[in-house]
Design a protein around this ligand. Structure first.
Ligand SMILES: Nc1nc2c(ncn2[C@@H]2O[C@H](COP(=O)(O)OP(=O)(O)OP(=O)(O)O)[C@@H](O)[C@H]2O)c(=O)[nH]1
Length: 349
């Protein structure tokens, strides 16, 4: 008799997982953003649609404070399956910021979606602080689609080709380029200069103590594929797919399973990824399986659980940490303090 498949209820904690991907150019980028911010009229912050809460970077919360902001949840096309759940989640996220922040859920390669953002930017021209036009800065975590958005805005706004390099791995933009015009001035006295946008390198969170959050970001491509072993990330993807009941997405490789090796064996056989001795190439198969997910071919779903409570928690003031070493020092201090408290309690009569 066939038994029904039971997905894993929890994902095992991986002890060897890195707790950061905050590298040199991220630190330089945040310093440059801090220097530039006083000249900026509006900030576009990009977050990945599939991790709307995990891709919040407290560094931006701190250094953009008070600036008018547009939030763009990118890659909607690979995270939204047009379900009621999706609509409710978008409503919750929109309400969490409105009316002070304008929120868009976009596919940055879609003309219709990007036109809406462009229209909004043009409507903000009268708020520009200089006669040269509205100056906009795009920020966000690595690989969320900042440069893609800039190119699309430019293409639709002034019909010019790509101004920024894009790629499917994080870290393609390494320095702050100059402004790019995305809308011409109309000549109206209220609009003497048009709209200019500046891209910025993606900046990672300095310290992520939660392994689940690190895996989610790796899965969405915010972390370079060489930082965490692809089989570990692939296993996390399998856990998420099963959790969302989307195991039909991999039915051509194997039946419903919680065993990543069984799945990767199916993928490598299907693609003919075999070594000379006929051994499967597990690592290569894992990379391909991750790429399919990132292109929306392994089910479209959101990895974060979004509720009023989780939104509140994600925005709760956390200790501000600017570097990985500072984070390590702080967690050590908390650990020692905790141990002292236990000892004191034990000494009580
Ligand atoms: N499906 C889909 N793919 C997107 C979207 N936006 C960007 N991409 C893809 O995501 C990848 C990363 O895009 P980039 O624009 O290079 O990302 P970035 O944020 O500038 O990356 P960094 O250089 O790390 O700062 C590219 O392969 C894009 O084609 C989107 O809305 N939908």
């Amino acid at each position: 008799m066939a038994t029904s498949f039971v997905p894993r209820a929890i994902f095992p904690t991986l002890q060897n997982l890195p707790k950061s991907y905050f590298i040199g150019h991220h630190k330089t980028a945040i310093q440059s953003i801090r220097k530039t911010i006083s000249t900026i009229d509006l900030v576009i912050e990009c977050r990945d649609y599939r991790v709307p809460l995990t891709s919040i970077n407290p560094l931006f919360e701190q250094c953009l404070e008070g600036r008018p902001r547009v939030l763009v949840y990118t890659k909607r096309d690979v995270g939204n399956s047009a379900s009621i759940e999706d609509a409710n989640r978008e409503k919750l996220l929109r309400n969490a910021y409105s009316p002070s922040t304008t929120v868009f859920f976009s596919d940055c390669t879609n003309k219709f979606h990007v036109s809406g953002i462009l229209k909004y930017l043009k409507s903000q021209i009268p708020t520009a602080s200089s006669l040269t036009g509205l100056q906009v800065l795009i920020v966000g975590m690595p690989n969320v689609g900042k440069s893609t958005l800039l190119n699309s805005l430019r293409h639709i706004g002034v019909n010019r080709k790509k101004a920024a390099r894009t790629g499917d791995q994080p870290g393609v933009t390494r320095s702050m380029p100059s402004y790019v015009r995305i809308a011409q001035a109309t000549g109206n006295w209220r609009d003497p200069g048009g709209v200019y946008v500046k891209d910025s390198p993606g900046v990672f969170v300095p310290y992520i103590p939660d392994p689940d959050a690190m895996l989610k970001l790796a899965l969405c491509g915010c972390v370079k594929d060489t930082v965490i072993h692809p089989v570990q990330v692939a296993d996390y993807l399998l856990y998420q797919i099963n959790k969302h009941g989307k195991h039909n997405a991999y039915k051509r490789f194997c039946g419903p399973t919680n065993d990543i090796m069984e799945l990767l064996l199916g993928v490598s056989k299907n693609l003919g990824m075999l070594k000379k001795q006929g051994e499967p190439m597990f690592e290569g198969a894992a990379v391909r399986w991750l790429q399919w997910f990132r292109h929306g071919r392994m089910g479209r779903f959101c990895l974060d659980e979004v509720s009023e409570e989780s939104i509140r928690e994600a925005h709760a003031a956390k200790p501000f940490i600017t570097s990985y070493s500072a984070a390590k020092k702080q967690s050590k201090a908390i650990r020692i303090k905790g141990q002292r408290n236990i000892t004191t309690e034990e000494q009580l009569p």
